[in-house]
Ligand binder design. Structure first.
Ligand SMILES: NC(=O)c1ccc[n+]([C@@H]2O[C@H](COP(=O)([O-])OP(=O)(O)OC[C@H]3O[C@@H](n4cnc5c(N)ncnc54)[C@H](OP(=O)(O)O)[C@@H]3O)[C@@H](O)[C@H]2O)c1
Length: 310
């Protein structure tokens, strides 16, 4: 099969469009014919890309853990998904991914592909939407009537966070440069702050939840925007060791986990028209390097997607 493989540690220069062995599903595994996958811009910096959980090297790993595709084979013991089912998933890090014609997923990672979406749109959902879901609802316990400040609302993760917080009947404040403001109001933001001209901490002081998808000084300044007893969630970095102790609010940093169950709930919202994926640009699989460079710019609106089939 055709696949993108990582030939060395570093950036997209080490990616190559190769012929690779087609994976075979073992017990409890599902093989999918990949329709599309999305770029995870930081993946080439992760240890999980290059070594197993036990620390053994992973030669020529295949990146890409957003999978939208069709089940073509199931291993012994798989009863949840039948051949021909259209599915989507965030597949576990530390295994070969979906920048390939075929990829392995586990049943608990998979959910039926939302009916409203084609493969490209569906590939833009799993990692970004699950990250937003887990930040807002699992870690921050965001509830109706609360105020959520979402940094980087126009990005891959942020665009779902804005929509999910709005769906949960929270008051949504988000940061983005001016060109994204109308778009973000359309997604449900009540207030959009231009981070290039206005320090958000001068405007927001009472957020119940701050969700940080930007990091660095944005995270540090966010302590001024969260209220006493609030929650600050970051997916960019743990609290720095030299951060002055902040006890007014709870701080959480986490790494997104695969969840077919949560993807079913997200898919239901998509099919009900409550939220929608945002696709920034689409590239063919063979142009993964260019796709990667686009995603790594840090200023995309939504997700950069690789079309694998069709
Ligand atoms: N821990 C986890 O499990 C996890 C999971 C997913 C993602 N992440 C991390 O989360 C971060 C965001 O990922 P992503 O895919 O959403 O990134 P992304 O799509 O590349 O984010 C791009 C967006 O960020 C906005 N932005 C850049 N600087 C900003 C600033 N100072 N203030 C407000 N907005 C700003 C840009 O808006 P403009 O065009 O207006 O500049 C652009 O819309 C990355 O660091 C990623 O590695 C972590």
């Amino acid at each position: 099969m055709k696949a993108i493989r990582v030939h060395g540690r570093g950036g997209p220069d080490h990616l190559s469009y190769d012929d690779a062995p087609k994976p075979q599903p073992g017990p409890g595994e599902v093989l999918a014919h990949v329709g599309a996958t999305a770029i995870i811009a930081t993946e080439l910096t992760w240890d999980e890309t290059y070594q197993t959980a036990a620390g053994d090297p992973r030669p020529l790993p295949i990146p890409g853990h957003d999978l939208a595709g069709v089940v073509t084979e199931v291993g012994p013991g798989v009863t949840e998904f039948a051949i021909g089912a259209e599915v989507y998933a965030l597949t576990a890090f530390g295994r070969d991914g979906a920048e390939a014609e075929y990829a392995i997923a586990l049943p608990h990672e998979l959910a039926p592909k939302p009916q409203m979406l084609d493969m490209v749109q569906a590939a833009a959902v799993p990692l970004a939407a699950l990250t937003a879901w887990q930040a807002l609802f699992i870690h921050a316990h965001l509830s109706k009537g609360q105020t959520a400040l979402i940094h980087g609302g126009a990005g891959g993760v942020g665009s779902y966070a804005v929509q999910l917080a709005h769906w949960a009947s929270a008051r949504v404040i988000t940061t983005a440069s001016t060109r994204h403001h109308d778009f973000l109001r359309g997604l449900g933001a009540d207030q959009v702050i231009d981070y290039t001209t206005t320090p958000f901490e001068e405007v927001v002081h009472d957020a119940d939840v701050v969700f940080d998808t930007v990091g660095g000084e944005t995270l540090a300044r966010s302590w001024q925007a969260v209220k006493d007893g609030g929650v600050m969630v970051s997916v960019v970095s743990p609290r720095p060791a030299d951060d002055p102790a902040q006890t007014r609010a709870r701080f959480v940093w986490f790494i997104v986990e695969p969840s077919g169950e949560q993807l079913r709930a997200i898919g239901d919202l998509i099919d009900a028209g409550q939220i929608q994926p945002v696709v920034s640009q689409v590239f063919p699989l063979a142009e993964a390097r260019e796709a990667w460079e686009t995603a790594a710019s840090g200023h995309a609106r939504g997700k950069v997607v690789l079309r694998v089939e069709g």
